[in-house]
Ligand binder design. Sequence first.
Ligand SMILES: C[S@@+](CC[C@H](N)C(=O)[O-])C[C@H]1O[C@@H](n2cnc3c(N)ncnc32)[C@H](O)[C@@H]1O
Length: 283
Amino acid sequence: MSPLVADELAQWAQYIQSATGIYLDGSKGYLIETRFAPLLKEVGTTSFGELLRRTQVDTTGALRRKVVDAITTNETSFFRDNSPFELLQHKLIPDLIDTRNRSTGAVRPIPIRIWSAACSTGQEVYSIAMLFHELKVDLKRFDVRIFGTDISDRALAAASRGTFAKMEIDRGLPLDRLGRYFATDGQTYRVKDEIRAMATFRSINLLEPFTFPHKFDLVLCRNVAIYFTERDKARLFGSIARVMAPDGTLLIGSTETITGICPQFEPKRHVRSVFYSLKVNGS
Ligand SMILES: C[S@@+](CC[C@H](N)C(=O)[O-])C[C@H]1O[C@@H](n2cnc3c(N)ncnc32)[C@H](O)[C@@H]1O
């Protein structure tokens, strides 16, 4: 493998940012070297510049998808960071059910639409589905659909399978939930049908225009905008604001903030957690 030279790093950084929004500064050459080493072998070249050229001329898009799979960080876990899930369990979901239940003239079953934007391998989606079961929400009266989207095909395929290795289960899933919501063959753990049935997965690049046939009551967009420039962050959360119900709620990562970046939202605090609502008069 030939070492990555400064020009190649600059060209790769530009390509990756336009393909995914992920911003790599000059110190991130090691990421390209380590993540793309297997792709170099697969393609049969030792040059990072040549790999980029082949990716750019590949009209099938297959190499581009492999590059995206390699460069994205798909780190996630069940009930990641705990407190957003406590907020969901003890406030956001009960309040949402209560509000939709009281709304007059509602269609039946009452639609509840949730979006896990950048869901990676699906743990966030399935964690939310488990909460609806634990809260004993009447799933005949409420049509709860949780949409999981990501830019990485490999992550989405894993999410859609709903099968997890012991190592993934050990990260955040308490034993009682494991017993209740998973079946195992001794090696892997598969989410039960009642949980899997609430989820739909689809490929979406958050920095390209997206539309949905409905508005979302709840959006989780956690730990993805940390890779974007401020400008792309503002664009992303502006687009999310447009697909949310007027009384919808947005949750972002626990180390993130959109205050001062996205004027459409206002922060609200509950116990130790922060969530965002749309401002009544928009921006
Ligand atoms: C660190 S994971 C976060 C997963 C989950 N939201 C969580 O907090 O546990 C970041 C995810 O963002 C996805 N991603 C990166 N850029 C994206 C883009 N432009 N559009 C959609 N997803 C993207 C990656 O593929 C990856 O799965």
